[in-house]
Write a protein of this length. Sequence first.
Length: 112
Amino acid sequence: MKPLRLVELSPGEYSLVLDAGSTDVDHVIEECGHEPNGYFWEGVVQVLVSAEAPTLDGRFSYNCEGGMFCADGTDRNVLEELATRLGALATDAERMRRLITSAEADGFEFDD
């Protein structure tokens, strides 16, 4: 699940965390004119869920900051699926470049 971690905050309450600026694709994000902060990653997840995993939509909440991406929820399986999808993206530079380019071409604005 690297660079992500899934933590149980209390029984039945989970957070999926990514420390911003710690991924293999940070250089691609910067080359595309963005800052790889938590708010940017929130946008990435919105695009990813919309395009690839619409069944995850609305099943977790965002709790991001500048230094981290965080998704909170009560369904561990949902966050594990998100972690698998996001982890694969956070280590694949060309896939990240395609996601950013495609999202922007469709009018999506990343908040970074």
